[in-house]
Write a protein that binds this ligand. Structure first.
Ligand SMILES: Cc1cc2nc3c(=O)[nH]c(=O)nc-3n(C[C@H](O)[C@H](O)[C@H](O)COP(=O)(O)OP(=O)(O)OC[C@H]3O[C@@H](n4cnc5c(N)ncnc54)[C@H](O)[C@@H]3O)c2cc1C
Length: 392
């Protein structure tokens, strides 16, 4: 690209930071406007498994794949599917050290560690913390302009919305809004699990465990630091999450109400909720329409959830956000003309995101049917065939 374009990235999540990093590797400066006050302002959520074709490929372009490896946890790659009596329906073991194939595996990493890796790789001042973007518009000569919450305006040559599900940038290119999926999560966390909750640790194993029945689920995953994160999931009206029934400020009452949703489930499974510590956080699951896309809008594009928010049931959102960021940066370094570069980025991104969004929507519908466990066993048997997964 000729000259030095002014690139404003709204949102310092995994998509926006990967974009800024790969641009930096190619000598292009950008500014990331992030509403959080600092890197530690907010819990970054659970563990992610990084796919070789998307998340890991993005890290390769970012020059960070080798630094990622020691931070990742391939040993936490086990998958278990259980019924509500805790009987195992499917199990896929984590690779043994001698059987590992770095090119094929999807090692886990805590989100915070991954975000910190990206943040630490950016020049000082790239991320403007505490800079909430309040509005965006096409200003003089059609140049994208953003307005910060303190009233300041910034004109750019390229505006990238990397600002997640409720993107402020998206309305510049599209009328689409996220739609509630019909399923809500409640996040719970257990600390010091090996010492304080050995039975829970044994039940979950080294990786991720889904218990599915009655159109509900308890999904537990090993996180770093001897923690297990639990998503209790159920079909519920959208208002349920906002009703105050599960109040993060009153974890004792919230825990009891959540347990009431799983009355006849195995006590070991109920312990995933009963033994949790800290606040319980309700999280309704939304998605953009499958196949969301937009007409080319000069000087503006989207990456990650802003472009293709989907439910977590394909394990793809963060992986795709990172790949989007890397591929947009590469397109900008390859093409001199901005619009040609944006076209080159968007053209393969749309169908790639559509495929993952369709998969995640199918999985969500299937897993929360009365026979959800059977559907999940079939799905994961197909995904892991050849890598040791087996139905019981
Ligand atoms: C429960 C759950 C489990 C998941 N598990 C997985 C998984 O296992 N694997 C996987 O690949 N994906 C998973 N996902 C999906 C994944 O979390 C997202 O797809 C991913 O975080 C998207 O990254 P992003 O950078 O596009 O957006 P985000 O991570 O949402 O980052 C957006 C950033 O923009 C900032 N921002 C927002 N608005 C503004 C504004 N107006 N001004 C300035 N800054 C702003 C936010 O503070 C945030 O830092 C999961 C999602 C959920 C909810």
């Amino acid at each position: 690209m000729s000259g030095a374009p002014r690139i404003a990235i709204v949102g310092g999540g995994l998509g926006g930071l990967t974009l800024a990093r790969v641009l930096h590797v190619h000598g292009i400066a950008s500014t990331v406007y992030e509403l959080d006050a600092s890197a530690t302002a907010r819990d970054q959520g659970g563990s992610l498994d990084l796919d070789p074709e998307s998340g890991q490929r993005a890290l390769l372009h970012a020059g960070l794949l080798e630094e990622f490896r020691p931070l990742s946890r391939p040993e936490d790659g086990e998958l278990r599917l259980l019924d509500k009596d805790a009987a195992v329906g499917f199990r896929s073991p984590a690779p043994e050290p001698g059987e590992r194939d770095e090119g094929k595996e999807r090692p886990e990493i805590d989100r915070r560690a991954l975000r910190d890796l990206l943040l630490g790789s950016l020049p000082e001042g790239t991320v403007r913390w505490g800079h909430k973007v309040r509005a965006v518009a096409l200003g003089v000569a059609g140049r994208p302009t953003l307005t910060l919450s303190d009233g300041r305006t910034v004109e750019t040559d390229l505006l990238v919305g990397a600002d997640g599900a409720w993107s402020r940038v998206r309305p510049l290119v599209s009328d689409a809004d996220p739609v509630y999926s019909g399923v809500s999560y409640v996040d719970c966390l257990l600390h010091d699990v090996d010492a304080r909750h050995p039975a829970v640790a044994e039940l979950v194993g080294r990786g991720t465990m889904f218990a599915l029945a009655d159109e509900k689920g308890l999904i537990a995953q090993r996180n770093g630091g001897d923690r297990i994160r639990v998503y209790a999931a159920a079909k519920a009206p959208e208002e349920w999450s906002r009703s105050g029934l599960i109040d993060p400020a009153d974890p004792v009452a919230a825990r009891k109400r959540l347990l009431d949703l799983f009355p006849d489930w195995d006590e070991g499974l109920r312990a995933l909720i009963a033994d949790s510590d800290g606040p319980l956080v309700p999280r309704p699951i939304h998605a953009l329409p499958i196949g969301h896309r937009w007409d080319r809008t000069p000087g503006v594009t989207l990456v990650g959830d802003a472009a293709h928010l989907m439910s977590p049931f394909a394990g793809a959102g963060a992986n795709l956000a990172m790949l989007d960021g890397a591929e947009l940066a590469l397109a900008l370094t390859t093409h001199n003309d901005l619009e040609t570069a944006l076209n080159a980025y968007e053209t393969p991104m749309f169908p790639r995101a559509e495929e993952a969004a369709a998969q995640s929507a199918d999985n969500l519908t299937g897993f929360f049917r009365p026979d959800g466990l059977r559907i999940a066993c079939d799905t994961f048997t197909a995904v892991t065939s050849g890598s040791g997964g087996e139905a019981r």
